[in-house]
Design a protein around this ligand. Structure first.
Ligand SMILES: [Fe+2]
Length: 480
């Protein structure tokens, strides 16, 4: 009797282990469409008088404070804020301890109009020559209404520099957005990779600028203390000829700076940075990218700059996903796929993050680079050199969730679920990273899709041998 029971336990454990093993090699088994249905708040924006949008007290107090990386390698920060009563100083004072602001930098301010709205004074100030892995305190504003914040610089660029990113997309400013932001802030993320569609202010004509302002105050509790790396979505375009607004990305470009010149880009809409052990390439889904355009030339050159010996993790951000099996926005990323996918495979990009579709989805490593309009190869196939494509367009904006997936689930789709949430990518060293998608769930952060990613460069046989020769930990290396 006991023996039979033991055998049952053994069989169960064997089957479970087999399932886990098969899951880890992927693609040989079907993907998962989660049936989870969550209770959610209505997809309406938080009222303007809500505390999430509270205006800081004091005459001309700086508001909407946010920071982003200011150079190529993480030794500079761009600090941005808005003043509304008068321009005030664009100066940042900073130092290594609170109340000891012994250094200063001078920025600039700008402003703009949008269909009857006059923006506040938008300040951007670069502080550079910072030390790596150091906590800095900074102060902005005038006299009694000055405000103080802090941030931590990343480790020096290096193959084993650990770092944790959050990935958020399509955030908006609803109570679901607030839930996503609050959950992200509990996650231990050190910087945010934002995959486009920020405020959804373009859904307002008369309150457009006001909703950009409220969104700036909304994210301040995170973005003033750690860099958010921006990429632009369709909601940033704001091409509204019927109200006389025809300059694309007008609000976005005035408000959200990027260090594009440090990577020799000619546009703030596409650029790259290196941070810790990562090389992050930001693309613009809504700027020309076909062959011979500036973005195409820039990416071609930038990919040659990637040094996997220094930054093993190669990550691409864009807004419209290349691989996604939701009915919403289906195939909208196909143009970019046809132009750039072969480069992503050739350069062994680790991960491509996108937003746009308001649901979560992760692919297996697949490619469709043999396809052309006269060949028969027109379906994605498993490809160990290909990136994993992840859609995190589920930040929680007022358009609601995209709940209709194509059926059956395509072979390339590993996991998909229409819930709000965010992801974290915890890079441990040159060989592996822990990845989680965290569903917002009734006040808790629930890690729903958890994967260990093995680096596309250092997991190859050649590099594995080199690791072994150099007595680094290689025993657990496998490919996913
Ligand atoms: Fe979008």
């Amino acid at each position: 009797m006991v023996e039979a029971y033991s055998m049952q336990v053994f069989l169960f454990q064997f089957l479970l282990a087999s399932f886990v093993l098969l899951s880890s090699v992927g693609y040989s088994i079907a993907g998962i469409t989660s049936a989870f249905v969550r209770t959610e708040w209505p997809s309406v924006d938080i009222p303007l008088d809500h505390e999430a949008f509270a205006v800081p007290k004091g005459y001309n107090a700086p508001q909407q404070v946010h920071i982003t990386q200011g150079d190529y390698d993480g030794k500079a920060v761009i600090i941005s804020w808005v003043t509304v009563d008068e321009p005030g100083p664009s100066e940042v004072t900073y130092g290594l301890s609170k109340d000891k602001y012994d250094k200063k930098a001078e920025g600039k301010f700008t402003n703009y109009t949008f269909y009857g709205y006059n923006s506040g004074y938008i300040h951007h100030c670069l502080i550079d020559s910072l030390e790596h892995e150091t906590k800095y305190y900074y102060k902005i504003g005038m006299k009694n209404s000055a405000r103080e914040f802090w941030f931590q610089t990343p480790p020096k660029i290096g193959p084993d520099a650990p770092y944790t990113f959050g990935i958020i997309g399509d955030l908006g400013q609803t109570f679901n957005s607030l839930s996503t932001l609050d959950h992200y802030m509990q996650s231990g993320g050190q910087a945010v990779l934002f995959v486009g569609d920020l405020s959804y202010a373009d859904r307002y004509e008369h309150e457009n600028g006001i909703r950009w302002d409220s969104w700036g105050r909304f994210i301040e509790k995170s973005a003033a203390y750690q860099p958010w790396l921006w990429s632009a979505g369709n909601h940033e375009i704001e091409y509204m000829p019927h109200v006389g607004e025809v300059t694309p990305f007008k609000s976005y470009l005035h408000r959200y700076a990027t260090p594009y010149m440090a990577s020799k880009s000619i546009s703030p809409l596409w650029y790259s940075v290196r941070r810790a052990s990562t090389h992050i390439i930001v693309l613009s889904s809504y700027s020309p990218f076909v062959k011979y355009t500036p973005q195409w030339h820039w990416l071609k050159d930038e990919l040659l700059q990637v040094d996997r010996e220094k930054t093993p993790w190669l990550i691409v951000l864009m807004h419209a996903p290349i691989y996604n099996s939701n009915m919403a926005h289906y195939m909208e990323g196909e143009g970019m796929r046809s132009v750039f996918e072969s480069w992503f495979v050739h350069y062994k990009v680790d991960l491509v993050f996108a937003g746009h579709v308001h649901a979560y989805e992760r692919s297996y490593r697949i490619s469709n680079i043999n396809y052309n309009i006269t060949s028969g190869d027109r379906y994605p196939i498993p490809d160990k050199s290909a990136p994993v494509y992840i859609t995190v367009g589920d930040g929680g904006n007022q358009e609601g969730l995209a709940g209709r997936f194509t059926n059956p689930q395509p072979d390339y789709s590993a996991f998909r679920e229409a819930s709000y949430g965010h992801s974290t990518l915890e890079i441990k060293n040159r060989t592996h990273a822990f990845y989680r998608w965290n569903r917002n769930d009734d006040g808790n952060q629930v890690a729903t899709d958890t994967v260990i990613f093995y680096n596309q460069y250092w997991a190859s046989n050649l590099q594995r041998r080199r690791l072994k020769k150099n007595h680094c930990t290689a025993s657990r290396i496998a490919t996913f």
